[in-house]
Design a protein around this ligand. Structure first.
Ligand code: HEC
Ligand code: HEC
Length: 410
């Protein structure tokens, strides 16, 4: 794996790093009160624009190295694109295109339509450059944005086509299948990417060579939390945003964290650092979605709330307004009911900086099944069953059902 990534990421020096993680180092010297102050974005809507449209120059990875633009521009029709979970932003479509889709006159089986959608900047999370070559529109560059994994749409126009929902994890997206379209990868590497499945991505595979993907988490509901990622690797969102923008998306800039022995620099310019404050500010504003009307039984949820706070002891970790003790402590893998990992994979925590797990915040938890970092619980019913068995809570079937209703109400 590493031999494939090394030419892409100009320097991957595992175990040989000086310096410290800048965003965390800065944060460590700040008081808690200062940490609560989010720097104002340079311009209105700036952070949103970065989240949705900024590639940080990662076309050098997705186009120059992976050559995905060649495949997407010539063989991926919209039906295929939607089938791997890509979403279309209806508000970017001119009236006549909307009418054409509704009336079936816009072909969903022609790659030219994909190119046209990219030209309109209507494909969520993909940024294409379309140029006229010999009188025909061609996709000449392709990059990805944060919205690829952390936005979906409300399907208000058609399945997969609607208004953007920023911060909602795209659990339909199959990032591995998309990367595996690359003509630059060996069959063996493609097979690994294809094995990940939808809603999952391994943000450490290219660095430690272990393939054990985790679920794409929400990017909403993080206001006030000073512990970011499943394993609490960063105190600030910006720590992880830099990690992903540089080491995963291939953006131009640097990331270094001696705790995990990773130093990566792409390009000679820095297209990441200056954008992190506004990007963080935007994410902190993303609120968890309220449960849909009628999606839970209020009386049962009230009984479930009592179980959560007493017999279930859920509140001993899922405490406070965001239902997490993340600002106080992390938890050893032995305390966590989602381990051991499926398929004999090593503990996800063991691959992280902290070797621990952060209690997941629960607001909006109804919205994004399956559950736990590795998706080992398909439903909230399964989550509660797992806790009941693993922690020997002795909850009755009725108590478990009530607890599920409570979780659905958060
Ligand atoms: C290819 C898919 C993908 C892309 C693109 C991506 N992420 Fe993520 N993101 C993930 C995965 C998977 C995790 C879980 C990693 C972990 O917790 O160890 C994650 C974690 C996060 C978290 C932590 C959430 C929490 O609960 O603490 C935030 C915030 C986040 N991403 C924001 C971003 C931003 C901003 C960008 C763009 C710079 C981005 N992501 C790009 C897949 C992606
Ligand atoms: C010892 C601390 C602790 C206790 C007690 C605890 N949890 Fe958790 N909870 C965690 C941690 C840590 C995670 C993250 C595990 C992972 O991602 O694999 C988690 C994850 C979850 C999730 C998954 C959230 C998601 O987005 O995937 C749910 C739901 C949940 N817990 C509900 C409960 C309920 C209900 C109880 C009580 C029966 C409970 N928890 C008790 C620490 C705890």
């Amino acid at each position: 794996m590493k031999s494939f990534w090394v030419p892409i990421l100009c320097a991957v020096v595992v175990g040989a790093c000086g310096g410290s993680a800048p965003d965390d180092a800065v944060q460590a010297s700040m008081s808690l009160a200062q940490q609560h102050k989010v720097p104002a974005p340079p311009g209105k809507g700036h952070g949103k624009h970065i989240f949705r449209h900024e590639t940080f120059g990662n076309e050098t990875f997705w186009s120059d190295q992976l050559r995905l633009h060649e495949v997407v521009g010539t063989t991926v029709d919209p039906r295929t694109a939607l089938s791997v979970g890509l979403k279309v932003d209806v508000s970017a479509l001119p009236h006549e295109v909307r009418r054409g889709i509704a009336q079936g006159t816009v072909s969903f089986t022609s790659p030219d339509t994909t190119v046209a959608l990219l030209k309109l900047d209507a494909v969520v999370g993909l940024k294409g450059r379309v140029e006229s070559v010999g009188g025909r529109d061609r996709l000449t560059r392709l990059g990805v944005t944060c919205a690829l994994c952390h936005s979906t749409v409300d399907n208000s126009f058609a399945p997969g086509i609607g208004k953007r929902l920023d911060g909602w994890p795209n659990r339909d997206l199959n990032p591995g299948a998309i990367i595996a379209l690359s003509p630059a990868l060996s069959e063996a590497t493609k097979a690994i990417y294809r094995s990940w499945g939808k809603g999952r991505y391994d943000p450490r595979f290219n660095l430690d060579g272990i393939s054990a993907p985790v679920l794409i988490p929400p990017a909403y509901g993080l206001q006030g939390l000073h512990s970011i990622t499943y394993t609490g690797d960063g105190h600030r969102i910006a720590y992880w945003n830099r990690y992903v923008a540089v080491t995963q998306m291939g953006g131009h800039g640097s990331f270094t964290d001696p705790r995990i022995g990773v130093t990566v620099t792409n390009g000679t310019d820095d297209l990441v650092s200056g954008k992190l404050p506004a990007l963080e500010h935007y994410q902190l504003r993303l609120r968890p979605p309220a449960p849909p009307m009628g999606s839970f039984d209020a009386a049962a949820a009230e009984r479930g709330r009592v179980i959560f706070n007493t017999k279930g002891s859920c509140v001993s970790c899922h405490s406070g307004p965001a239902f997490t003790d993340a600002n106080l402590r992390l938890h050893a893998p032995t305390e966590v009911v989602s381990e051991p990992e499926p398929n004999g994979a090593p503990s996800f925590a063991s691959r992280s900086a902290t070797k621990m797990y952060r209690t997941t915040p629960l607001r909006g938890v109804w919205q994004h099944p399956p559950y736990f970092h590795n998706g080992t619980a398909a439903t909230l019913e399964q989550v509660v069953q797992t806790y009941n068995t693993r922690k020997a809570l002795g909850l009755s079937a009725q108590e478990m059902a009530d607890l599920v209703q409570y979780l659905k109400s958060l």
